[in-house]
Design a protein around this ligand. Structure first.
Ligand code: 13P
Length: 243
């Protein structure tokens, strides 16, 4: 199984090929994870997402997968990692379904990210995280530590990251990277975060530049989308320079 957690790794989400091109251009040869939620992957296509990310430094993750059948399909088609988000289920049910995905994924050398508590509404209990790891054999864990998806300012519980890390020694994932300041991202890494997920920030750059482009007379997609690509590339480079 590929060890992608021996250094800090960023996940950038995409649903269109122009976003993907901007992200991969910014990354160059650096190792990054490309994420697609179920909806994002349905838009670009599971097979298409796999075909477009065939480079040694790129890893493709199904982000916040909830439908077991769909997650298995992504694994069969060639995703490198899957995130099973069972956070809305009861703890026992979450363990059972996560186990099922881990068994399926590990046979195909695919990594699994688990999730216990819904990000933004609860805080992850370190002891519960350890129990979840023991029961499921997950490869990484998305943790709830005050983070939220989107651009809203958040207050991160850094000591909780440290506690979960010390107890589980799992690669820990910070979802909702867009709302976290660069200083706090650095601090989160210092306390034990291994993977940071970014989506909203790049979507906003895409939308703003597309809105501006629509004022042009051009009907050529490659002209209308090129500014957005430049903006996304710049932002991804900025993130990658944080660590
Ligand atoms: P943001 O949209 O807040 O960057 O979060 C992305 C994310 O966590 C994807 O799973």
């Amino acid at each position: 199984m590929k060890n992608i957690f021996n250094q800090i790794i960023w996940q950038f989400n995409f649903s269109t090929s122009d976003q993907l091109k901007a992200i991969t251009k910014a990354a160059g040869k650096k190792r990054i994870i490309l994420g697609t939620s179920e909806s994002e992957s349905k838009f670009i296509g599971l097979k298409e997402a796999v075909c477009l990310t065939q480079k040694d430094n790129l890893f493709l993750n199904l982000d916040h997968g909830k439908d077991l059948k769909y997650i298995k399909k992504a694994i069969d088609i060639g995703y490198d990692m899957v995130h099973f988000d069972g956070s809305s289920l009861g703890f026992k049910e979450n363990i059972k379904k996560t186990q099922e995905i881990v068994d399926y994924a590990h046979k195909k050398k695919v990594l699994v990210e688990g999730e216990i508590d819904p990000i933004s509404s609860k805080m992850t209990d370190p002891k519960k995280a350890l129990l979840f790891l023991k029961e499921t054999g997950i490869d990484s864990l998305a943790i709830a530590i005050g983070n939220k998806h989107g651009k809203e300012k958040v207050k991160i519980d850094f000591s909780r990251i440290k506690e979960i890390k010390e107890l589980t020694n799992l690669p820990l994932v910070l979802h909702g990277g867009s709302g976290v300041s660069n200083d706090d991202l650095r601090k989160a890494i210092k306390n034990g975060i291994s993977k940071i997920n970014i989506n909203t920030e790049l979507r906003m750059i895409w939308k703003e530049s597309f809105k501006k482009s629509l004022k042009k007379k051009s009907v050529k997609p490659y002209e209308l989308l090129s500014k957005g690509q430049e903006g996304i590339e710049k932002k991804v480079k900025e993130y990658l320079s944080i660590v």
